[in-house]
Ligand binder design. Structure first.
Ligand code: FE2
Length: 376
């Protein structure tokens, strides 16, 4: 697959009452696009249902969103790069949630590296570190890992050990050893308030700083369960706060460092700024997908407007012959499953769906504006 220029393959299964009734296979030729994001998933699903429904002669009921099976969609991705296959197989030992998180963080890390103008070699290295950053979580008890409420102090201390456990796991394995930095440094904060070692900016490798930003962003996004980028600027606002000095310092730091660190926040602002660019790209992609859907709706609305014109003429006609003529005219504009009796209701549904998507697009453009006004 690599010889054909593909870095990864995704299989997207569509489930209906636990039966797989179809799947998509997506091949990615770009190293930075390892995972599908939410808008890409939506786009693929829309395309899929459009084809499926059309084949079955069924009508899409847009306004009722009956085809939004987001929660029942199962995404499995395989990395086909030989050099990474071993490292990524390690992810199979993680729970589904952590695995997906690692994939998302790797995706973001890779794209951040591109905006940070890192070399191809460093970008690849950093991406693998990101895939492995939470590998130590396989030894954290599920009761703590999956606890929905806030962790107690004691539980938090156990949770924190995933950094050192991950590091040790990597160091014991020759193939993982080069990528141990992701696990060890991704919770270190520039001002020394992070863990496990409370290091400060000069001692935290760049890969650790990048993965930290990607990690925080994905953690908030998955917690809030965003299905669209509307409102995403609030999440970025949280990250901005994390670039500001907090007054927290590590007491073990030498005095001359304290004044220097007092100016620092937890996150590196240059990396957070690049994250804005990545998010704007994603919003742009969501707009393109929604726009393409909107065009399709517009075509259907125009088609049914023609049918409506014939319907008006038919209602006004007094002669039976004319009525039949206009009736045939209506039928020309109807698709399978649409009838003379129901097409006006279908028209309303298309209109409703169009309005809804139009508002989404407007809101997404607003979101880009908001992000561009955010100050770091
Ligand atoms: Fe972590």
């Amino acid at each position: 697959m690599i010889s054909l220029g593909y870095y990864s393959q995704h299989t997207l299964y569509f489930l209906l009452e636990n039966d797989i009734f179809g799947y998509f296979e997506v091949y990615c030729g770009n190293l930075s696009r390892k995972c599908l994001n939410v808008s890409e998933l939506h786009f693929l699903k829309w395309r899929f249902y459009q084809n499926l429904w059309a084949k079955k002669g069924m009508r899409l009921i847009m306004s009722k969103e009956i085809f939004d099976f987001y929660d029942k969609t199962n995404l499995k991705s395989y990395n086909l790069d030989e050099r990474m296959r071993y490292q990524l197989n390690m992810l199979d030992s993680l729970d589904v949630f952590t695995r997906k998180h690692c994939e998302n963080v790797a995706n973001l890390t890779c794209r951040l590296c591109e905006y940070l103008h890192c070399t191809k070699g460093f970008t690849e290295y950093c991406t693998i570190c990101a895939y492995l950053h939470d590998i130590g979580k396989m030894f954290i008890p599920p009761a703590i890992l999956q606890k929905p409420s806030k962790l107690t102090e004691e539980e938090y201390e156990i949770m924190k050990t995933h950094t050192t456990i991950g590091y040790e796991m990597c160091m014991k394995d020759l193939k993982l050893r080069p990528y141990a930095a992701g696990a060890l440094y991704h919770h270190e904060a520039l001002n020394g308030s992070g863990y496990p070692n409370g290091l400060t900016k000069k001692d935290i490798p760049y890969e650790g700083q990048i993965i930290r930003v990607a990690d925080e962003y994905d953690a908030i996004v998955s917690k809030r369960q965003y299905k669209t980028h509307i409102g995403i600027s609030d999440t970025l606002q949280i990250l901005i706060e994390n670039t500001k000095p907090t007054g927290e310092t590590n007491p073990s730091i030498a005095l001359n460092e304290i004044s220097e660190n007092a100016k620092l926040g937890k996150d590196n602002p240059i990396i957070v700024k690049c994250l804005f660019k990545v998010v704007i790209d994603d919003i742009g992609y969501e707009i393109t997908c929604t726009q393409s859907y909107l065009e399709d709706l517009k075509d259907n609305i125009k088609r049914l407007e023609q049918a409506k014109k014939y319907k008006e003429k038919m209602d006004k006609a007094s002669k039976e012959k004319d009525k039949n003529y206009y009736l045939e005219g209506i039928k020309i504009f109807l698709k399978q499953d649409e009838t003379v009796e129901n097409f006006e209701a279908v028209y309303e549904e298309y209109q409703e769906a169009y309005k809804k998507r139009k508002t989404i697009i407007d809101n997404l453009y607003d979101e880009i504006k908001k992000i561009k006004h955010l100050k770091l």
